[in-house]
Design a binder for this molecule. Structure first.
Ligand SMILES: [Zn+2]
Length: 131
C-alpha cells in the first residue's frame, strides 16, 4: 500500500510532524503524485521508503511501461525526491520526536531522539532514573 506523508503521520511522534509536513510540500513540488510505501522510526531516526520507478502507482495499476522520455523524467523526479527524503531523515536525528525541540539520540531500551526535558520525563515515567 502506498500513500502520501499525511497518511503516515501517526506512525511517529508529533515532534517530527512539522518536518514531515515540510517534506510533504517539497515532495509535492517535485511530483504531485509521489507515494510513500513505508514511514517509520528506526534507531532514533525517520525512515521513509518512497515508491520509485515502476513501483509508482500508474504503472502498477495499468501494467503500462514508461517511454524513454517518461523514464528520464521519472528518474529525475525520483533522484530529487530521494535527496529530499535523505535530508529529512538526517534532520530527524537532531529533533526531539516527542515535542520538536532540538534533541539527540538517547539509548533507553531502544534509541529515541529526544530533548533533555522529554528524555527526563520519559525516564521518570518508566522508573529508570539516570542511565
Ligand atoms: Zn522533547
Amino acid at each position: 500500500m502506498s500513500e502520501q506523508i499525511p497518511f503516515w503521520m501517526d506512525s511517529v511522534g508529533r515532534g517530527w510532524h512539522p518536518l514531515l509536513r515540510r517534506l510533504h510540500e517539497q515532495l509535492i513540488a517535485v511530483n504531485p503524485d509521489y507515494q510513500v510505501r513505508q514511514l517509520k522510526e528506526k534507531w532514533g531516526m525517520l525512515r521513509i521508503y518512497l515508491a520509485t520507478g515502476l513501483q509508482r502507482g500508474d504503472f502498477i495499476e495499468t501494467g503500462r511501461l514508461p517511454d524513454e522520455q517518461e523514464s528520464q523524467r521519472m528518474a529525475r523526479e525520483d533522484d530529487e525526491a530521494r535527496r529530499l527524503v535523505r535530508a529529512a531523515e538526517e534532520e530527524s536525528g537532531r529533533i526531539c520526536e516527542s515535542c520538536g525541540e532540538p534533541g539527540e539520540a538517547r539509548k533507553e531500551r531502544w534509541i529515541k531522539t529526544l530533548c533533555d526535558d522529554c528524555h527526563t520525563a520519559r525516564q521518570a515515567r518508566c522508573g529508570r532514573p539516570g542511565s
